[in-house]
Design a protein around this ligand. Structure first.
Ligand code: NAP
Ligand code: ZN
Ligand code: ZN
Length: 348
């Protein structure tokens, strides 16, 4: 086993604290990665506080991982020592089911192995994530990162990036479409960047008046404050798609009314409590509600390559790992511009 260090939650109520643990030895097809940066996703917070239920403790969060390869197994063909790489939300899957065969490992019907708060494919060994100094991952679940982009700003692409890129590609969002992005946080700011890059007309729907200038700088054409009834009334029935990135419970009916007929409300945000939806808001205009989870390995690589080609990265605030709890508190208040990223050199 390889000794590793990181930060972990020991239970759902206490703050993260330094934690020593072990990574598996490098197997023939494994890549060992020295982690340089790890993004802080709202899913980390949901899971360390066990808001979705079923959390596995101790938990080392983190699934927006970038770093350099420091060792490869004897049969690894795609990576070598020194390569810049990334690891996202998945570290393994069954590889056999229809979805895995199609590169949709996130929808593995036999259960994928998530990067942390999950189990390896043996269904008993817990996985530990990226708030740590190193990680060992099968090469099939490692992604290539371009050295053209600033590394801390690349880290959030591994979750916030792919989670917004994938539905926009799936529903072929582009020129001629009116898209609303709901919630300007980690996912929201990437949704704005991608939707604008794909040629859609983008409206930011936000609870924070102070984010208007940023929304426009990120690529939004319009900004609507959702607490202002008059502003909302003016945009009723106007969008082809809403990308909903909100992490807290909210009224879906309000936002459904903003869709035109055949419009689709795409949920990527994952509030912990169930929502009430009034059927008339769907049937009255043949609207749909859909959901989308991260992205598979081939599409995640496609997204990283697209970002390198089009110079798209996340807007980040780099923090030392000791400030992680303050970062969570600020994230809960919507005070993040627009992703916290941990500099792993700060790990002692
Ligand atoms: P985040 O950075 O905290 O951003 C969430 C944003 O939602 C906030 O900045 C705020 O934007 C808005 N918001 C918060 N509370 C709200 C409320 N009560 N009503 C309306 N708007 C509210 O979070 P994130 O990292 O982007 O993650 C967002 C959600 O996506 C989380 O639930 C996370 O677990 C989930 N997620 C899902 C996937 C997936 O695969 N589907 C992947 C990653 C994350 P404004 O200030 O603009 O209102
Ligand atoms: Zn995430
Ligand atoms: Zn599978």
């Amino acid at each position: 086993m390889i000794p590793a260090k990181g930060y972990a939650a020991q239970n759902a109520r206490t703050p993260l604290a330094p934690f020593r643990f072990e990574r598996r030895d490098v197997r023939p097809r494994d890549v060992s990665i020295q982690i340089q940066y790890c993004g802080v996703c709202h899913s980390d917070l949901h899971q360390i506080r066990d808001e979705w239920g079923g959390s596995i403790f101790p938990m080392v969060p983190g699934h927006e991982i970038v770093g350099r390869v420091n060792r490869v197994g004897s049969q690894v063909t795609r990576y070598k020592e020194g390569d810049l790489v990334g690891v996202g939300c998945l570290v393994d899957s069954c590889r056999r089911c229809d979805n895995c065969q199609e590169g949709l490992e996130q929808y593995c019907t036999n259960g994928h192995s998530q990067t942390y708060n999950g189990l390896e494919q043996d269904k008993k060994t817990p996985t530990y994530g990226g708030y740590s100094d190193q990680i060992v991952v099968h090469e099939d679940f490692v992604l290539r990162v371009s050295d053209k982009l600033p590394l801390p700003n690349v880290a959030p692409l591994l979750c916030a990036g792919i989670t917004t890129y994938s539905p926009l590609r799936h529903w072929q969002v582009g020129e001629g479409h009116r898209v609303a992005v709901l919630g300007l946080g980690g996912l929201g700011h990437m949704a704005v960047k991608f939707a604008a890059a794909f040629g859609a007309e983008v409206t930011m729907l936000s609870t924070s008046p102070g984010k208007e200038a940023d929304a426009r700088r990120l690529g939004a054409h319009k900004f609507v404050l959702t607490s202002d009834a008059a502003q909302l009334k003016a945009i009723r029935g106007s969008f082809d798609f809403i990308i909903d990135t909100v992490s807290a419970p909210h009224d879906y009916n309000l936002y459904l009314s903003l869709l035109r007929s055949d419009g689709i409300h795409i949920c990527v945000g994952a509030p912990p409590t169930p929502a009430e939806i009034v059927g008339f808001n769907l049937i009255g205009a043949r609207r749909s509600i859909a959901g989308s989870m991260i992205g598979g390995l081939p599409e995640t690589q496609e997204m990283l390559d697209y970002c390198a080609e089009h110079n798209i990265v996340s807007d980040v605030e780099v923090i030392p790992i000791k400030d992680i709890d303050q970062a969570y508190e600020r994230m809960l208040k919507g005070d993040v511009r627009y992703r916290f990223v941990i500099d792993m050199a700060s790990l002692e």
